[in-house]
Design a protein around this ligand. Sequence first.
Ligand SMILES: Cc1cc2nc3c(=O)[nH]c(=O)nc-3n(C[C@H](O)[C@H](O)[C@H](O)COP(=O)(O)OP(=O)(O)OC[C@H]3O[C@@H](n4cnc5c(N)ncnc54)[C@H](O)[C@@H]3O)c2cc1C
Length: 274
Amino acid sequence: MKVEKIEEECEGIVNISFKMQDAKDYSILPKAGQFIMVWVPGVDEVPMSLSGADLECYWTITVKDVGECTNALCNLSVGDYIGVRGPLGTYFTIPEDNSKLVFLIGGGTGIAPLKFLAEKLKSKGFNVSLIQGAKNEADLIFISQFGTFQRDLSNVIYCTDDGSFGSEGYASKIFREELDNYSQQELSNALAYTCGPELMMREVFRICEEHNIHLEASLERMMRCGCGLCGLCSLDPLGLLVCKDGPVFPSEILRKIDDFGKYKRDITGRKISF
Ligand SMILES: Cc1cc2nc3c(=O)[nH]c(=O)nc-3n(C[C@H](O)[C@H](O)[C@H](O)COP(=O)(O)OP(=O)(O)OC[C@H]3O[C@@H](n4cnc5c(N)ncnc54)[C@H](O)[C@@H]3O)c2cc1C
């Protein structure tokens, strides 16, 4: 696919948009939470969540420069070509009933699929509270898009580890404090979605379990194939694959994943603790 648009979101993070020329069939429009495998010719192929996709088949990814392939992606120019496989994996489910209270809790580039989800929820009239956590002010992303979102009766809360913008503390801590504003009866009609550092998501899961809130979490693991062949992204003890059975897992499954918030695998398949 030809790169159509590149914009810097903040230092070291860029949005890359391309048009899926062959995606004329509506049924392959991606859903929020799904990912693609992006190939940079001559470099590597890596998994990336979609941060947006429109009806004209423009898809967007939000890439953080952390290594060889993401650096190559961040240095692309408009008109360059990349390979795209997808959409892949499971997605965030959106209930029919838009009277439900919805909480989105994200950190780092984990906010990318949540932005896509927030747009979908907003278009369906949900009341959404979005909490974005980052290390510091410079790392916060999508501020302008969330500004528009906030004007449409939704609640956007920022927090930073160093307190340089918004509340001080991790997104999970701010989520717990935010829940104090609601009665147990209101929370019985709540749902939560999370994506970001796994220790943050584990804490969000714990809080949701305490309040009996259904959660969907998007997990990130190293993967080579993205389609269930290599096994690098397998989760103990069930052998679920993040690429095929995930990346989005609901509470019922999260309860059974021993690795969740504890171990991931390195490129050789060896388990390492978070
Ligand atoms: C389902 C899914 C969705 C993702 N969505 C996004 C996104 O929206 N935006 C974004 O910037 N990143 C996303 N990632 C992470 C991204 O795939 C990795 O940052 C990327 O693969 C690193 O490749 P590299 O060649 O630049 O880094 P390398 O040079 O290979 O390594 C640099 C660092 O990144 C780590 N890393 C390498 N590969 C992965 C991997 N597959 N997953 C996690 N960490 C890895 C390494 O341990 C190392 O610390 C996602 C990963 C998954 C599994």
